[in-house]
Structures are given as structure tokens and as C-alpha cells.
Ligand binder design. Structure first.
Ligand code: ZN
Length: 170
């Protein structure tokens, strides 16, 4: 079987100036998705899956209303794109997500063969590409590039404010 040489660039990095506008444009769409989650009382995380300049799918975090612990924004977007394309592999795609993905979502990205992950804020407790562990490096058959810190403050404040208001409510 011809092995495709995996990318070695899996360390999170800051985008350079040329990429920044593009990353911010799609991250703003992911932020819109995150706000939809917040509106429904879910932890505000949003995701957008992009191929070239086309948005293939969007998703927001919805485990509570869906009674589905796997219904994270990333998984919702990957499922939607796979259905739309009729293919469970999604090569040459970039997933934008407002928060660093958890271990489950890193596994899903690897299974889907997503090429690049772009995330906004770090997830200190359960982040699966940098904060807790870099699970993307455990797999040997696929690697994805990682870009971190896109609209980081906006992404972080959305989640922080959500939990602050929640604490004040109780
Ligand atoms: Zn997740």
C-alpha cells in the first residue's frame, strides 16, 4: 500500500499574516455557530468544515438537547459533511473550531482524514492537541496540521462568560 508521507507539522502554531484574514473569516462563522449553542443553553462551541473556499458543513455543540455525549460541534460538522459528500473520509479539508478539540474529536478528525485543524481558544482541562495531551501525534497513519489562537480572546470569552452567568444563576 503506498503510504502517503504524513505531515510533520503538527505543533500548534500561530497563523502568518497571509493566512490570518482567511482564518478569521471562517472562525467568525464558527463563532456564529457557538452563539447558536449558547442560545440553546449548550456550552458555546462552534465548528465550520471548509474545503478550498467552500463551507461543507457547520455544527454547534448540542449534547444536552440531543441526549448525545458525542454531539460536539466538530462531530456534528463532520457528520453533516460526510453525508453531503457521500464519503466518510474528508481529505483536503480544514476544520475551524472555536475551542481546542477534546480527545474524542481529535480521534474523529484523524478518522475523517481532515488535513488541517484551526482552533481559537485553548481548553485547559480536556484539550486534545496541546493542553491535556497531543493526541494527534499518537496516530501513525495520519497527521493534521494545527493552527491555534485564531480570534482567541473572542472564542475564550464566549465560553468564560457562559460559565460565569451559569454560576451566577445558581
Ligand atoms: Zn469534542
Amino acid at each position: 500500500m503506498p503510504a502517503r508521507k504524513p505531515s510533520t507539522n503538527t505543533r500548534p502554531r500561530r497563523p502568518d499574516a497571509a493566512d490570518r484574514a482567511r482564518h478569521e473569516r471562517f472562525m467568525r462563522q464558527a463563532l456564529d455557530e457557538a452563539r447558536r449553542a449558547r442560545h440553546l443553553g449548550e456550552v458555546p462551541v462552534g465548528a465550520v468544515l471548509v474545503q478550498g473556499d467552500d463551507v461543507l458543513a457547520t455544527g454547534f455543540n448540542q449534547p444536552i438537547r440531543g441526549l448525545d455525549p458525542t454531539a460536539h460541534a466538530e462531530i456534528v460538522a463532520l457528520r453533516q459533511a460526510a453525508h453531503a459528500l457521500g464519503n466518510y473520509r474528508l481529505p483536503d479539508t480544514t476544520l475551524y473550531v472555536t475551542l481546542e478539540p477534546c480527545l474524542m474529536c481529535v480521534g474523529a478528525l484523524l478518522n475523517a482524514r481532515v488535513a488541517t485543524l484551526v482552533y481559537g481558544a485553548a481548553e485547559p482541562k480536556f484539550g486534545g492537541v496541546r493542553s491535556l495531551v497531543d493526541a494527534s501525534r499518537l496516530a501513525t497513519n495520519h497527521r493534521f496540521d494545527v493552527v491555534s489562537g485564531v480570534l482567541e480572546e473572542e472564542c475564550r470569552h464566549l465560553v468564560q462568560d457562559f460559565f460565569r452567568f451559569k454560576r451566577e444563576e445558581t
